[in-house]
Design a protein around this ligand. Structure first.
Ligand code: PMV
Length: 326
């Protein structure tokens, strides 16, 4: 069978997914909205081969051992089940999401795997079907099938819990400055973090309701090129997500003193008149939503306050691309 390669980009959630209504199917409690990023992506090649005694998985040049392959094998099992085949696969994946960028790569990784594996298994899935499939590898991967601004409807079943494009290409100046507070693997992965918040935060339902109620305003901000409304909603949504973790029982926290210092810095820059807003995911890094024209002012302040921290700038990126290897 022919080998297919897919390239999928990471995305950053402006309204976040943080908890599952159905853990088996990965149906989220909230509708989320994201921006796909150009600079960071995963490229994955898959080929089903009758000769293989088990799935062979090579990640960034390293052959994964049996215990490291489990999550990917489970996903390939799902593809085999859908395609009605039993053949094992060879998967070669390269992450162009440097660990040092402090961005999670699971979104781009499972989106690329969904694209390459389904094409290699001769299933011709449209983008919505790809999104549904990618969702079952990692929730946020459902959004990485599309470029630009993307919405993942929480839905009520596997069919209607799916992402779609809100605006692609993005024809307005928006960027994300990622400030790397730590490039170490996180202590609490997103799966257990969101499960803990879901089960043990007394304010969890309020967060779900507020996130879902914010969807129309976020859509309007995107349609109206309104960076200030977009940023204000995104920053509040991120802080609300982290608040769930801090009041969970037992409590946990992804943000360090440096993260809080950066959030304060962003808020102070805003008081001085800049359109800058912060968002944070399941880790301590702070992403500054801003306009390219303000990069210099932001970098100057960062240099003064945190001269040792590295930064990476990301801009809006495209949806998945899939091609046959010849
Ligand atoms: O897709 P997962 O299971 O890695 O979860 C992603 C969770 C956040 O990044 C914190 C929020 C989001 O919507 O991407």
């Amino acid at each position: 069978m022919a080998a297919y390669t897919a390239r999928a980009h990471t995305n950053i959630a402006l309204l976040k997914y943080w908890g599952k209504a159905d853990a088996q199917l990965i149906l989220p409690t909230t509708t989320s909205i994201s921006l796909t990023l150009n600079e960071f992506y995963t490229e994955t090649t898959v080929e089903f081969d009758e000769q293989l005694p088990h799935d062979q998985i090579i990640l960034n040049g390293r052959v994964l051992k049996a215990h490291e392959r489990q999550k990917i094998e489970r996903f390939l099992d799902l593809v085999r089940q859908l395609a009605g085949i039993k053949t094992y696969a060879r998967m070669v994946s390269i992450n162009h999401v440097p660990t040092a960028a402090g961005l999670a790569s699971s979104a781009s990784a499972f989106a690329a795997l969904a694209g390459a594996a389904s094409a290699a298994a001769h299933m011709s899935l449209d983008p919505s079907d790809l999104s549904r499939l990618a969702r079952q590898g990692s929730g946020s991967a459902s959004r990485s099938i599309f470029g630009g601004f993307v919405q993942w409807d929480r839905g009520t079943d596997s069919n209607n819990s799916v992402a779609h494009s809100l605006k692609d290409p993005v024809d307005w100046p928006i960027q994300l400055i990622t400030v790397i507070v730590s490039d170490q693997p996180k202590a609490v992965d997103s799966r257990s973090g969101m499960q803990n918040a879901f089960s043990n935060s007394p304010y969890y339902q309020a967060w779900v309701q507020h996130t879902n109620n914010s969807v129309p305003a976020m859509q309007a901000a995107i349609a109206n090129y309104d960076l200030d409304t977009l940023g204000r909603l995104a920053e509040q949504n991120a802080l609300e997500m982290h608040a769930q973790n801090m009041v969970a029982n037992p409590p946990f926290n992804y943000l360090t003193d440096t993260s809080w210092g950066l959030i304060k810095m962003v808020q102070t820059l805003r008081e001085q008149g800049l359109s800058v807003y912060a968002t944070m995911d399941a880790g301590p890094n702070v992403k500054i939503i801003s306009r390219p024209q303000d990069t210099e002012a932001i970098m100057t302040q960062l240099q003064q306050t945190y001269p040792d921290l590295k930064t990476q700038i990301a801009t809006p990126g495209p949806g998945i691309q899939i091609w046959e290897e010849v």
